[in-house]
Design a protein around this ligand. Sequence first.
Ligand code: ADP
Ligand code: MG
Length: 340
Amino acid sequence: MPIQILPARLANQIAAGEVVERPASVIKELIENSLDAGATRIDIEVDKGGHKRILVRDNGSGIPEQELQLALSRHATSKITSLDDLEQIISLGFRGEALASISAVARLTLSSKPSSQQQGWQAKAEGRDMTVSLAPVAHPDGTSIEVLDLFFNTPARRKFLRTEKTEFAHIDEIVRRVALSRFDVAFSLKHNGKILRQYPQAMNEQAREKRVGLICGRKLMDDALKVQSEFQQLQLHGWLCTTPQPQNDVQYFYVNGRMMRDKLINHAIRQAFEGWLPADFHPAFVLYLQLDAKEVDVNVHPAKHEVRFHQSRMVHDFIFRAVRDMLEKISGTEGNEITQ
Ligand code: ADP
Ligand code: MG
């Protein structure tokens, strides 16, 4: 076959493979867009585990009518403009791929109204040929994105969807993760018409702890210790529960507000707990690491689950030290000398 440029839809469907794995990944991308748009309230509705319908509504900045079509195009983003920006990303998104990818594998309707606009506008993309139709719509300030029939045109991917229950469990987990990352934003989650989760805005410490308790379990929070540690421009804060857990499911770690599952960080925490927990038991934690955006590269993985630290050793040792100091303080003993 001669070399050819792929048609836009096919190129987007291929790109979608990296970002849109299942309904929960659609929701993650949509919520991140809402947060980047400065929303303080995000409502999520899901039907049939997200197979059938996903709706994310926010009260953020909205998208002007003349940019709606662009928002659905690949590599179209309002978040970075230069390589310099890429080196210090503060927004959750920057690749300009999510909406294009989702609309290539589902029927997507984007409705939006910036407060400066009298009228809301709606763009529909049917995942067929990437053409977008625009129409006026009644909409409050903010944005709603509805995604119907995920993978309707990509049967190979549709096959990988699990049961409604499993897909919903993944969605629920994504919403928990995000809700733990932004206490200043209210979230609600509805499944098949029923509101199942509600996390009101939590603007003080008591409200924040209440939200963590709702998400991680009240009992866990009753035992949790508060972490607050600093070294140069590294900061770590959050909650750590040293009661041994049989599962490792309550382990949330955020780097500059972004949820991570990072080998280096896991290693640092595991090592700090060495000798403190019985074998096969796990600590529970919700921890937030803040550092200069220049010190971390988030452009490692399309779904942005991983990061790369420029000074990984320093980050590792800082987390190890912060956690270990905490453990030593509560047990009132000096831990064993650690050889690394
Ligand atoms: P990225 O988030 O990487 O920029 P997306 O494909 O997710 O790429 O979104 C494309 C653009 O559409 C964003 O840069 C933003 O300008 C706009 N956008 C998407 N969702 C929203 C939203 N909920 N509110 C306001 N603007 C949005
Ligand atoms: Mg995005």
